[in-house]
Design a protein around this ligand. Structure first.
Ligand code: PMP
Length: 431
């Protein structure tokens, strides 16, 4: 049964040959359904709809306190240091772009322009990154990329790159959005710090599955999205050390980001407001914070066990099917027990286009998975999957039957083949 009730858990999915079946949502890694308590919180704060930081009226005051309290709750959830800044953004992509903007400002302030070598201004990232943690850095003048095909080799290569002394920031994902494998975050953080670099963790996938503590680990910056953390769309966070954030050019220039404005000069403010110009997403922040409270209250063993049982069932079931390959990144994952995997399983079915399999699972079995290259093109190409693969992902609202339905669906496909009388619009079935 689900670990926590989520919105839409009884959704009925239409089937191609008629009738409906309970929707087996195995696409949590893209966007996870809201936890019911989180959805209820939305209705609790909705009546106080008013602009924050601006009005003296009752609703404005409540709204402001809801918003600022959300910041404190999120800070607590990630074990932020007392002076860390918590900035509300749109999502992880926005958070990482914000930090990249700050790094760019710092490089400019230090006079580190394109073409200069041997400057302490390089950003180092892995070749497995989601585009959100790749493209913002790729636009900066100094960078290096490390291939991550085993954990030991990744740590070795990162250390070699750091030893040269030019790395300012290590930007890594906490868990791969493609395979679900968890990176050795503590080791990477210690390495970065040993060589005078900072680290930013793209926790879009990790935060919904594992506890992260900035104070205990020393991670300098952390980014994640509400919509993958069982909250509605539209809000994300960037948490971390204030000096770079206060030195960076404001992410959104506008109302609230300034101390004083003259027609000929601007004095920008510091703290979160520097980057949160304009009217903020109060409901997004409040629900994101509520989701962190609900997850923080979970028994860690129950949480872990629920996910690992589903994962083990899915992997074992898929591995039993001839013609199915389950993909992983790290050949030496077993020797790093702290790493493991979150609720994501990546696979291919030999002889079948991933998009068609995904459409078939939806149309014939009411199972929702993701197919494609998962915004991680360099990795899919390196894995020899230029046409993409399939990803099943799950979380607190998932149940064993979802995994069983997926395995049974693939088994039926392998036995009976695709009865394609319904594929329209480039392989998508339109109910
Ligand atoms: N990083 C990772 C690892 C992700 O999985 C995702 C979302 N697929 C992102 C970043 C981007 O998140 P968002 O779309 O919420 O900005």
């Amino acid at each position: 049964s689900p670990l926590l009730p989520v919105v839409g858990q009884d959704l009925a999915a239409p089937l191609i040959h008629g009738g409906h079946v309970r929707y087996a949502n195995l696409d949590y890694a893209a966007s996870a359904p809201a936890i019911k308590d989180v959805a209820a919180h939305l209705n609790e704060v909705l009546p106080f709809y008013a602009s924050v930081h601006r009005g003296a009226g009752f609703a404005s005051q409540v709204s402001t306190s809801v918003y600022e309290n959300a910041r404190k709750i999120v800070a607590g959830f990630v074990g932020a240091r007392p002076d860390d800044t918590v900035i509300f953004t749109r999502n992880t992509t926005d958070s990482l772009n914000l930090l990249a903007g700050c790094v760019e400002s710092i490089l400019q302030q230090r006079g580190f322009t394109e073409g200069r070598s041997n400057v302490h201004g390089e950003v180092l990232y892995l070749d497995i990154e989601h585009h959100a943690n790749l493209l913002p850095w790729q636009a900066l003048p100094h960078r290096s990329v490390v291939g991550a095909d085993s954990i030991a080799a990744t740590l070795d290569r990162v250390e070699t790159a750091l030893r040269a002394g030019n790395v300012l920031l290590v930007a890594v994902t906490g868990a791969s959005n493609v395979t679900g494998e968890v990176l050795p975050v503590a080791e990477l953080t210690a390495l970065a710090h040993r060589y005078g670099a900072r680290i930013v963790l793209d926790a879009a996938q990790l935060a919904p599955h594992r506890r992260i503590d900035l104070t205990a680990t020393g991670i300098d910056y952390l980014a994640f999205s509400g919509h993958k953390l069982y909250a509605p769309f539209g809000a994300g966070v960037l948490v971390g050390r204030p000096d770079w954030l206060d030195a960076g050019h404001p992410h959104l220039a506008g109302g609230g980001a300034v101390k004083d404005v003259r027609l000929e000069s601007i004095s920008w403010t510091t703290g979160p407001a520097r980057h949160e110009g304009g009217t903020p997403n109060v409901l997004g922040a409040a629900t994101l914070a509520k989701a962190t409270s609900v997850l923080a209250a979970l028994n860690a063993d129950d949480w872990h066990q629920h996910e690992q049982q589903l994962r083990a069932h899915l992997v074992a079931g898929l591995n039993e099917l001839e013609g199915v390959t389950v993909h992983s990144l790290f050949s030496d994952a077993d020797t790093y027990p702290d790493c493991g995997s979150i609720g994501v399983v990546n696979f291919s079915v030999t002889g079948y286009d991933a998009g068609l399999v995904a459409a078939y699972l939806s149309a014939e079995h009411g199972v929702g998975v993701r197919d494609g290259k998962f915004c991680a093109h360099p990795l899919l190409n390196r894995l020899g999957l230029p046409a993409g693969s399939l990803r099943a992902s799950f979380g607190v609202g998932s149940q064993l039957e979802d995994a069983q339905r997926l395995v049974a669906g693939i088994q039926t496909l392998l036995q009976e083949g695709l009865g394609w009388d319904y594929v329209v619009d480039s392989g998508r079935w339109v109910p």
